[in-house]
Design a protein around this ligand. Structure first.
Ligand SMILES: Nc1ncnc2c1ncn2[C@@H]1O[C@H](COP(=O)(O)OP(=O)(O)O)[C@@H](O)[C@H]1O
Ligand SMILES: [Mg+2]
Length: 295
């Protein structure tokens, strides 16, 4: 309906999450339109808003919920993030805002901001040159090498010394290293995922891994965990540290029992978590979003 106030859902394809989210938002009285990332652009002199977003040529969306920015060239992703930045600057509530997405997609910036906020997180090195990486591996040989833009546990490697360092081209020209945090019990690989919405931990789970990489996509088993304990409180602070309105925060416990924040996901999936959680996560996201949008 032209002129109708509607939310924009930025989503690559209608995956498991999107229809649940749309239903929950619409149930709270705000119609949604889903637009895939490759349809976004700038249209100065062509549309009333100066933005090219199908269905929103004449009026800005009431709010934007970002499920995925999508894959693309550097130019495409920059354009999409630019549109999200513009929407925020125009006063549109965006969950999550492009700034938070940028801070989380680059895992080294997350590490930097977590540390700056006084949160416990492993040391982290991001370098474009092999020399600093070799130096770190020489002094602390058990390191995890992660793709700077990684997700779902893909592409992680454990390195046992400088000679294990792969060619820079295989890691997009950036080495991101974190010391390996050994499990508290040998062979019992686990970490914690806390889902934060609007400054509150709404659900959490322990992920029991088949290997040290305990992502659900790597076959980890999910077990419900409390959402009001120490790691949950750290997760709330971690989301705030990167400016994320909602986030999936990964934490790991070291041998001394200390919780460390590993990373913050600004476009987290919640299918695995929903299976072990009594809280309706899509509804928690929708409630926070609609409240902010003021529908
Ligand atoms: N420094 C580390 N020490 C031990 N295990 C780690 C470390 N970093 C990551 N892992 C394991 O690998 C998984 C994936 O790492 P993470 O940083 O969350 O990247 P991704 O974006 O791929 O999920 C974590 O959930 C954890 O199980
Ligand atoms: Mg993770």
């Amino acid at each position: 309906m032209p002129g109708e106030r509607a939310a924009l859902i930025l989503t690559e394809r209608p995956d498991w999450h999107t229809p649940r989210l749309v239903r929950a938002i619409e149930a709270r009285g705000l119609p949604c339109r889903c637009v895939p990332p490759h349809h976004y652009g700038i249209a100065v002199g062509h549309t009333a808003t100066g933005l090219l977003i199908p269905g929103f040529e004449d009026a800005l969306p009431a709010g934007v919920f970002v499920r995925a920015v999508g894959r693309g060239s550097f130019e495409q992703v920059t354009l999409r993030l630019g549109v999200l930045h513009a929407l925020r600057d125009l006063g549109v509530p965006v969950h999550n805002d492009a700034r938070a997405i940028e801070r989380c997609v680059d895992k080294s910036m997350t590490s930097f901001l977590l540390d700056r906020a006084g949160l416990p997180t492993p040391p982290a090195l991001a370098t474009q040159e092999a020399e600093p990486a070799r130096y770190v591996l020489d002094h602390a040989p058990d390191q995890v090498l992660k793709p700077l833009f990684g997700a779902q546990g893909r592409g992680l490697q454990r390195l046992d010394g400088p000679d294990a360092l792969p060619d820079a081209e295989t890691v997009g020209g950036v080495y991101y290293l974190q010391p390996f945090i050994p499990p508290r019990t040998e062979g019992a690989w686990r970490d914690r995922r806390v889902f934060v919405v609007g400054g509150r931990a709404v659900a959490a789970m322990t992920r029991h891994g088949r290997s040290w990489i305990t992502n659900v996509h790597q076959g980890a088993a999910c077990e419900a965990a409390p959402a009001d304990d120490e790691p949950a409180a750290l997760a709330v602070r971690a989301a705030a540290a990167v400016g994320a309105r909602y986030a999936g925060v990964d934490l790991i416990q070291d041998r001394a029992g200390r919780w460390l924040v590993l990373e913050v996901n600004s476009m987290p999936a919640w299918q695995g978590l929903q299976r072990v959680s009594a809280v309706d996560i899509a509804d928690a996201l929708a409630a926070d979003f609609v409240e902010r949008v003021g529908a």
